[in-house]
Design a protein around this ligand. Sequence first.
Ligand SMILES: N[C@@H](CCC(=O)N[C@@H](CS)C(=O)NCC(=O)O)C(=O)O
Length: 228
Amino acid sequence: MIKFYYSGAPNPMKVALMLEETGLSYEPIPIDTRKGDQHKPEYLAINPNAKVPAIVDGDAVVFDSNAILLYLAEKTGKFLPADTPKLRGELLSWLMFVASGVGPFSGQSVHFRNYAPEKIEYAINRYMYEAQRHYRILDDRLARQKYMVGNAYGIVDMAVWGWARLIPVALGENAWGKFPNLKRLVDEISARPAAARAVALKDRHAFKTEFDEEARKAMFRHMDIKVA
Ligand SMILES: N[C@@H](CCC(=O)N[C@@H](CS)C(=O)NCC(=O)O)C(=O)O
């Protein structure tokens, strides 16, 4: 039984979707990042980066959401494109693009728009600009093909869904109008029963909802430590 360390945030939700899509049996273990569970020694032994998600599958420990997607796809042989060098190259490129670009820029955009103690126009503009630029690249690709890699729904689509379904939070309520092709993919995936089960997963556990001083200290440690 796979142990799945998670919260309802975008990166864990990609993996929840994959676990539900594959039908693998798994035990969801809540990591309440607003209470600081990510910094507990027993969790750091699984993910030294103190973030969710992570999985433990027998003696395999995997952290970082897109690494987990690839691990589960290779384990099951599901949601991968045909095994050709061309498609393998596309798969790795787009998985890394989502992991290193879409996720971090969206995350910083949410941070500076909604959580930073000061509204810094420069930072908000930079991260919204970069997040939008990345979503436009996805939208352009999805204007030309139905799914991100090959001709079938796969793990890159799941990785995209994890972040893109929250576009209004990262970029504002009207942002969907700019990415009609991406919206088509997100809506298609969100309508899948596996996606509904993934999104409902967090309701099985009592995650903290308020963003109070405890949450700030757990998630924004830089505010108490001056390094610059
Ligand atoms: N590169 C990592 C990033 C993981 C990440 O940033 N997770 C967020 C939730 S989406 C988290 O754990 N935040 C809690 C914190 O920063 O303390 C991945 O793709 O899994």
